[in-house]
Design a protein around this ligand. Structure first.
Ligand code: NAD
Length: 689
C-alpha cells in the first residue's frame, strides 16, 4: 500500500503493519496511509477484525516530534483515532517494545490491546512540557481509572505489560509470536460476537472515581510541579475526563495542548530534548570504539565510591583501589551501606544488591589495574597527587586502556602530560552523588584520541548518564560558570541582601535550591580550601569557616540547622556578621530587589557561557544548557541559561551587564563579544560562526 503501512490478511483478520524505522513514529507519511487502510478495511465485508501491529523493534513509540510547533498535516492523529472508533468489528493493537505518547493513544483507539510481556506503555508528553494531545487524557482514565491515569500522565513514566494488564490498560499479555497471538485474540472476539464498545463509551471506571481523593492527589502533584505548567494542565485534563462529556473533555484537552505547545516552557523542554540527544552523539558514528569490559577506580572516597557504583549499576565489574586497607574497607562499607538503603527503600531487590556487590574487587596494589580497560582516578584534588597517580598508571595499564580523571578544576592536559600516552587520557567529571546525578562532563584534552572520546561518550550513555563533551579550562563548563554566578554573592550581602532573600529569588525563578542553601549542603569548607589554595578570600564565607560553620554537616553555615534538621532557618548571627563586615568596609545597607539579584548572578552566568562558547570550550550553546539543567538544577521550563537568555532578551542582558560593569569595573560583567552578536542575530549558532 505504502512504504510505511501495509495490510495482510490472516483468514478473515486483517493485519495492518506500520513500518517507519527506527521507532515507528506517527509521522504524516504514516498517518495518511494508515487512515486510508483503516477506512478501506472498515468498509470491506470480507474483513471480520483488524489487528494493528508494528515492524521492527517497537510499537509506535510516539508522535513525530519534529512536527511539533509546525502546521499539522491532515489527517492528524486524532482523526485516525476517531476513524478507528467508528469501526464496529473488533480492533486490536498488538504492542511490543514501547507504546508511548501518540503510540499509546493510537492503541487506545482500538477496542482491545494485547502486549508482549516485555512491552512498556506510557504517556511521556509531560517531559516535553506537553500533555497527551491525541485523546490520551480522556481515554486512559476510562480504562485504568482516574487516579492511576493521573499518576501515569503527570509522571510521564511508562508501566510494564503486567502492570498494564492488572490496571486494565491491556487485555492480554503474551510471550512471543505477538502478531499471531493478536490474530487469535481477534478471532476469539469475532466468535464471541456482540457489540464492542470503543474506549470513549466505557464509563464504568470513571463513574467510580473518589473525587475528593483525586483532587487531593492532583493538589499534591501541583505542589511538586515547581512552576511547570504541563503537570498542572495534565491534571486538569484528567479532571475534565471525569466531569465533562467525552467530546467536551476531548475538546478541552485540545485547547490545553495548543496552549502548552505554543508556550515558552514546552519550547524550552523540547529544546532540551534535542540538546541532550545532540550532546550525546559525541564525535559521531564513524569513529571506532574501544572495547570496555572492566573498570578500575582509584580512590574510594565520596566520588570514587559513587563512580564505582555508577559503573556496577551499569553491569560492569569494578576494581576499586585505595592507598591502604583501612581506607579501602571504609569505601567498600559505604557502598555496601548505600545499596542496603536502596533495598530498605524498595528501589533495589536483595538479589540485585548481592549481584552488584559481587562486581566489586578491592585492592591496594596498582598491578591489579592491569586488566582494566578504563581507569577513573578520583583522588585528592591536587595536581601533584594526580600526576603521581597517572605516572603509576602509565606503568601498569594495558596498552589502549583509557585513563580518566575526575578532577573538578585541574588542567587535564597537564595530567595527560605525566603519562607517555596522552592520547588515552580524558576527563570524566562526574557530579555528586555520582551514582545518582545524570550529568557527565567529558573533558577532551588537547591530545585525546577521537576513538577514546567516542568510547567514553557511548559508555556514559550506556550507564544512563547524560554526556557532554567539553574542553579544558579551569572548572570546565559547569564549575567555571558556577563561579561567575557566585562572583557577586558577597558583594550583594555586604550591600544589604540576605542569604535567605537571595535563595528565595532563586527558588522563585524555579531552581530547586538557592546558592547559599547549596553551599551549606555541599560543605563550605570545600570552597574555603579552594580559595586558600588559589590565594583568594571571601570575607564572610571565610569567617564562617573560621568559626567552624561548614554547613549542614556542622549544624550551621549560612543558615542554622536545629537538632540535625535539614531545614535551614535564617541565623541572626550571620546577618550580624554580614553587617559588621559591611561596616568595616564602610558599606551602608540598601534595599536590593529581585531584579538586581538576577542581573548580578544570572546575567554573569549567561555571559560566562558566551565566553566559553567563544573559546570553543563548549561546541554548542545547547551543550551548556544540558550541563546546567542536569548538573546544577537550572529550571527545565526555562531551557538552560543560554536558551533562557533568548527568552529574557539578550539586548537587555547586554545593556544591564554594561551598566554593572560601569558601576563595579568587574570582569564578570564585561559583555562577551559573542553575547553581543547573539543580541544582534538572535541565534547562538549564528553568533558563534
Ligand atoms: P575524597 O577525599 O572523599 O576522596 C579521595 C579519596 O582518594 C580518599 O579516600 C583517599 O584515600 C584516596 N586517595 C588519595 N590519594 C590516593 C592515591 N594516590 N591512590 C589511591 N587513592 C588515593 O574526595 P572526593 O570528594 O571524592 O574528590 C575526589 C576527586 O573528585 C577530586 O578530584 C574532586 O575535585 C573531584 N570531584 C569531587 C566532587 C564532589 O562533589 N566531592 C565532584 C566532582 C569531582
Amino acid at each position: 500500500m505504502s512504504d510505511f503501512v501495509s495490510v495482510a490478511s490472516d483468514g478473515d483478520v486483517a493485519v495492518v503493519t506500520i513500518d517507519n524505522p527506527p521507532v515507528n513514529a506517527m509521522s504524516f507519511h504514516v498517518r495518511e496511509p494508515l487512515h486510508q487502510a483503516l477506512a478501506a478495511l472498515r468498509d470491506d465485508p470480507s474483513v471480520a477484525a483488524i489487528v494493528i501491529a508494528c515492524a521492527g523493534r517497537t510499537f509506535v513509540a510516539g508522535a513525530d516530534i519534529t512536527e511539533f510547533g509546525k502546521p499539522v498535516q491532515q489527517p492528524e492523529l486524532r482523526a485516525v483515532i476517531a476513524l478507528l472508533e467508528t469501526i464496529a468489528k473488533p480492533t486490536v493493537a498488538a504492542i511490543h517494545g514501547t507504546a508511548l505518547g501518540g503510540g499509546l493513544e493510537l492503541a487506545l483507539g482500538c477496542h482491545f490491546r494485547v502486549a508482549d510481556s516485555k512491552a512498556k506503555l506510557g504517556l511521556p508528553e509531560v517531559k516535553l512540557g506537553l500533555l497527551p494531545g491525541g485523546g490520551g487524557t480522556v481515554r486512559l482514565p476510562r480504562l485504568v481509572g482516574a487516579e492511576k491515569a493521573l499518576g501515569m500522565i503527570v509522571s510521564g513514566a511508562p508501566i510494564g505489560a503486567v502492570e498494564a494488564l492488572e490496571a486494565g490498560l491491556v487485555d492480554a499479555v503474551f510471550d512471543g509470536e505477538l502478531v499471531a497471538q493478536a490474530v487469535r485474540f481477534a478471532s476469539e472476539m469475532v466468535a464471541k460476537g456482540g457489540r464492542f464498545l470503543p474506549v470513549r463509551d466505557r464509563n464504568d471506571r470513571l463513574g467510580k472515581t473518589d473525587l475528593a481523593a483525586f483532587d487531593r492527589q492532583a493538589a499534591e502533584l501541583a505542589k511538586k510541579a515547581r512552576g511547570l505548567e504541563a503537570p498542572i494542565a495534565c491534571a486538569q485534563a484528567v479532571r475534565n475526563a471525569i466531569s465533562l462529556s467525552f467530546d467536551e473533555a476531548l475538546a478541552a484537552e485540545r485547547e490545553l495542548f495548543l496552549k502548552l505547545v505554543a508556550g515558552d516552557q514546552s519550547r524550552a523542554q523540547r529544546h532540551l530534548f534535542f540538546a541532550e540527544r545532540e550532546a550525546a552523539r559525541g564525535p559521531g558514528k564513524d569513529v571506532a570504539r574501544r572495547k570496555i569490559t572492566r573498570i578500575g577506580i582509584i580512590g574510594a572516597g565520596t566520588m570514587g565510591g559513587g563512580i564505582a557504583m555508577a559503573f556496577a549499576n551499569g553491569g560492569f565489574p569494578v576494581t576499586l583501589l585505595e592507598t591502604n586497607e583501612e581506607a579501602l574497607q571504609r569505601g567498600l562499607a559505604t557502598i555496601d551501606k548505600n545499596y542496603a538503603v536502596s533495598v530498605g527503600r524498595g528501589s533495589l531487590t536483595e538479589a540485585a544488591r548481592q549481584q552488584r556487590l559481587g562486581l566489586f574487587k578491592g585492592s591496594t596494589d596498582y598491578a591489579d589495574l592491569a586488566d582494566c580497560d578504563l581507569i577513573v582516578e578520583a583522588v585528592f584534588e591536587e595536581m601533584a597527587v594526580k600526576q603521581e597517580v597517572f605516572g603509576k598508571l602509565d606503568a601498569v595499564a594495558k596498552p589502549g586502556a583509557i585513563l580518566a580523571t575526575n578532577t573538578s578544576y585541574l588542567d587535564v592536559n597537564a595530567i595527560a602530560a605525566s603519562t607517555s600516552r596522552p592520547q588515552d587520557v580524558v576527563g570524566l567529571h562526574f557530579f555528586s552523588p555520582a551514582n545518582v546525578m545524570k550529568l557527565l562532563e567529558i573533558v577532551r584534552a588537547e591530545k585525546t584520541a577521537p576513538d577514546a572520546l567516542a568510547t567514553v561518550v557511548e559508555l556514559a550513555r550506556g550507564i544512563g548518564k547524560v554526556p557532554v563533551v567539553v574542553g579544558v579550562c579551569h572548572g570546565f563548563v559547569g564549575n567555571r560558570m558556577l563561579a561567575a554566578r557566585g562572583a557577586e554573592s558577597e558583594a550583594l550581602l555586604l550591600e544589604g541582601a540576605t542569604p535567605s532573600q537571595i535563595d528565595r529569588v532563586f527558588t522563585d525563578f524555579g531552581w530547586p535550591i538557592g546558592p547559599f542553601q547549596m553551599g551549606d549542603l555541599a560543605g563550605l569548607d570545600i570552597g574555603w580550601r579552594n580559595r586558600k589554595a588559589r590565594g583568594l578570600t571571601a570575607v564572610i564565607a571565610d569567617t564562617l569557616c573560621e568559626q567552624g560553620r561548614f554547613g549542614q554537616k556542622t549544624g550551621s553555615g549560612w543558615y542554622r540547622y536545629e537538632d540535625g534538621s535539614r531545614d535551614p532557618s535564617p541565623d541572626p548571627e550571620v546577618e550580624n556578621l554580614i553587617r559588621a563586615k559591611a561596616a568595616e568596609k564602610g558599606i551602608a545597607a540598601r534595599a536590593i530587589d529581585a531584579d538586581e539579584i538576577i542581573e548580578r548572578t544570572l546575567y554573569p552566568l549567561v555571559n560566562e557561557g558566551a565566553k566559553i562558547l567563544e573559546e570553543k570550550i563548549a561546541d554548542r550553546a545547547s551543550d551548556i544548557d544540558v550541563v546546567w539543567v542536569n548538573g546544577y538544577g537550572f529550571p527545565i521550563g526555562k531551557g538552560g541559561p543560554m536558551f533562557w537568555a533568548g527568552l529574557e532578551g539578550a539586548g537587555k542582558i547586554v545593556e544591564r551587564l554594561e551598566y554593572w560593569h560601569g558601576q563595579t569595573g568587574k570582569e564578570v560583567f564585561k559583555p562577551a563579544p559573542l553575547l553581543r552578536r547573539f543580541a544582534e542575530t538572535g541565534s547562538w549558532e549564528a553568533a558563534a560562526r
